[in-house]
Design a protein around this ligand. Structure first.
Ligand SMILES: NC(=O)c1ccc[n+]([C@@H]2O[C@H](COP(=O)([O-])OP(=O)(O)OC[C@H]3O[C@@H](n4cnc5c(N)ncnc54)[C@H](O)[C@@H]3O)[C@@H](O)[C@H]2O)c1
Length: 180
């Protein structure tokens, strides 16, 4: 049976990925530091048969141990607060960038076939909107003045209203920017 390591496997997406992999007959091990901001004091509940290693993905020794016997990795351990990342920069770069670097370095000499790394919905910027006559509106950019005035929905260049449309598709060009 193939064994998959899921970093951040106790989080929102990790829990679904764990369920899906188990349903497909994989064996799952999770490495998760169970950060307070996500888990509080709650004990993490993992499905039967799933091994949980409580450790930080920046801890090379723990990551090396967690990778023993692993065939593939799903890397979801991350700090995910977009707004918070703008003023707790060292914390976010540490957990997300350094964490990913430690994981990749620990994998270098291992025969692991595949690693899946989660991207961010923020790469799509503001998603899809349409003008009042139904024309899709491509590149949306919020204006600082509008946000300060609590006008949340973006407007067209001529100031007319835009409305959000369907979910953003994966074929959409990226537009990675966000504004507080
Ligand atoms: N939730 C979404 O809608 C969404 C959309 C697109 C992409 N993503 C990406 O998917 C990934 C997971 O997101 P999520 O929504 O499940 O987040 P989440 O906060 O629910 O889960 C993240 C998990 O990682 C753990 N963690 C955080 N820092 C860690 C560290 N340094 N070491 C070990 N474990 C750590 C946390 O304890 C938590 O269990 C992120 O990279 C996020 O950007 C999420």
């Amino acid at each position: 049976m193939k064994q998959i390591l899921i970093t951040g496997g106790c989080g929102f997406i990790g829990r679904y990925v764990t369920e899906e992999l188990l349903a497909q007959g994989y064996s799952v091990r999770i490495l998760d530091s169970l950060i307070d901001q996500v888990h509080g004091d709650a004990a993490a509940a993992t499905p039967d048969g799933v091994e949980l290693i409580r450790a930080d993905v920046r801890d090379k020794a723990a990551v090396t141990e967690a990778l023993k016997g692993i065939d593939g990795v799903v890397h979801l351990a991350a700090e995910v607060g977009v707004g918070q990342s703008m003023y707790e920069i060292a914390r976010y770069v540490g957990g997300n960038d350094l964490g990913t670097a430690v994981l990749l370095e620990a994998m270098i000499d291992l025969p692991i076939k595949r690693i899946v790394v989660a991207s961010s919905m923020s790469v799509y910027g503001e998603g899809l909107y349409q003008t009042q006559d139904g024309t899709p509106s491509g590149s949306i950019r919020r204006r600082g003045a509008d946000i300060k005035a609590s006008r949340w929905d973006p407007v067209a260049q001529d100031g007319s209203a835009l409305t959000p449309t369907r979910p953003t598709s994966r074929s959409r060009l990226t537009s990675p920017r966000s504004m507080r």
